[in-house]
Write a protein that binds this ligand. Structure first.
Ligand code: KG4
Ligand code: ZN
Length: 365
């Protein structure tokens, strides 16, 4: 990072009280190194350095490669986000960072950078739950645009990403999550990525399977939707993945698979995967009738069928649906800053800087 303006003498090492101002968000929990600046709910800048090219040959994230790449990129990414916002570190009110859940070596890179900036400038240090931040992304508009009003609550939240699939209730826009269901095996995005690997398609698989599915016939292949008992709010995608694997083997046994058949297989998979997500959203709304809105975050929230199906569901039930702009569905740091802005309203504790990274999520976040 280029040398910032000199600090005010009273700032270094302290927790100086500043008026609410810019929040720097930092994200390094998996394979994106990201930094963003948020001011009054408006995203001033958002920089994401993706590591997809580094992990593509392994068809998944290699933790050791990820943490090394974060260490190389974190400083220029933060400098770029601050530069695009026209700020120096000394202008920041707070530094929010994803501190859990995720790859521990990767998390520690972001947490260490955030602590260093907070300690040096006196900005608040705000450790943030990555999954809660995916839901906070529903409060964001694209860079430079005014934010939408806070989502009506209580809200049903669905986080669907490459590492996580879970549902929770938010009793207020800045409340912690009350978990009500999660995946018992694969995450939804992980299932898309594994299907892509089976079909020989590039990583990450979600976007390419989604595109192929749009040209396919979802009724040609009947793939299973995991219901898991009449009242269950949990998810399971491993059976679908295995069914797709055996179907692909059967089709490949008779010769090369033509493009239309590939598209039909993707469409069948998408119908089952998104069908399971929409089924569980419906069940959750039946069991939690006080919910007035549905919030969906995480990379799979980019999915065209999920976005369309959730819009239908919300219309039928007269609920507000909030899905972030696609750039804030995928891992990004604006969502970390948004979740940090919630915590900023709470009084600082003397040991803020003592908080560390954790690979797992707590029971509530
Ligand atoms: O939230 P995210 O960037 O990272 C994690 O926290 O995991 O999500 C990445 C995941 C990948 O599994 C990717 O395949 C999936 O989101 N994804 C999609 C789509 N776009 C990204 N899955 C289905 N349809 C999409 N259009
Ligand atoms: Zn994520």
């Amino acid at each position: 990072m280029t040398a910032p303006d000199p600090p005010p003498a009273s700032a270094a090492g302290g927790s100086a009280q500043r008026p609410a101002g810019p929040v720097l968000g930092i994200e390094s929990s998996c394979d994106e190194t990201a930094a963003a600046v948020l001011l009054d709910g408006r995203v001033l800048s958002s920089v994401v350095a993706s590591q997809h090219a580094l992990h593509a040959q392994y068809r998944g994230v290699v933790p050791e490669i990820a943490s090394r790449a974060h260490a190389e990129r974190i400083e220029p990414v933060i400098a770029q986000a601050l530069g695009q916002a026209g700020l120096t570190p000394w202008d920041l009110t707070a530094v929010a960072v994803a501190s859990r859940p995720g790859l521990i070596g990767s998390l520690l890179v972001g947490v260490s950078a955030a602590k260093a900036i907070a300690w040096a400038t006196g900005a608040r240090f705000l450790p943030v739950d990555h999954l809660r931040a995916h839901l906070a992304a529903t409060e964001l508009a694209p860079v430079g645009q005014p934010p939408p009003p806070p989502p009506p609550t209580p809200a049903l939240g669905l986080v669907v990403s490459g590492g996580h699939t879970s549902m929770s209730i938010l009793d207020a826009p800045d409340a912690p999550m009350r978990p009500i269901g999660s995946t018992r095996d694969d995450a939804a995005g992980e299932a898309y990525d594994k299907l892509a690997a089976i079909l020989g398609l590039p990583y990450p698989g979600g976007p390419v399977v989604d595109r192929l599915a749009a040209a396919g016939d979802p009724a040609r292949f009947d793939l299973p939707v995991a219901r898991l008992g009449p009242g269950s709010l949990d998810f399971s995608f491993s059976g679908l993945k295995t069914a797709a694997l055996y179907l692909h083997r059967r089709l490949a046994a008779t010769g090369p698979i033509d493009h239309q058949t590939l598209a039909d297989l993707c469409a069948g998979f998408q119908r089952a995967a998104v069908g399971a997500l929409l089924l569980k959203l419906s069940r959750a709304l039946d069991q939690h009738p006080a919910c007035v809105s549905v919030l969906i975050g995480g990379g799979v929230a980019c999915n065209s069928a999920l976005r369309a199906g959730a819009a239908d569901l919300a219309r039928q039930r007269r609920l507000t649906l909030r899905v972030p702009p696609p750039e804030f569905c995928l891992d990004n740091a604006a969502m970390i800053a948004a979740a940090g802005a919630h915590a900023l309203r709470a009084p600082p504790t003397h040991d803020d800087l003592a908080a560390s990274a954790s690979p797992t999520a707590p029971r509530t976040a």
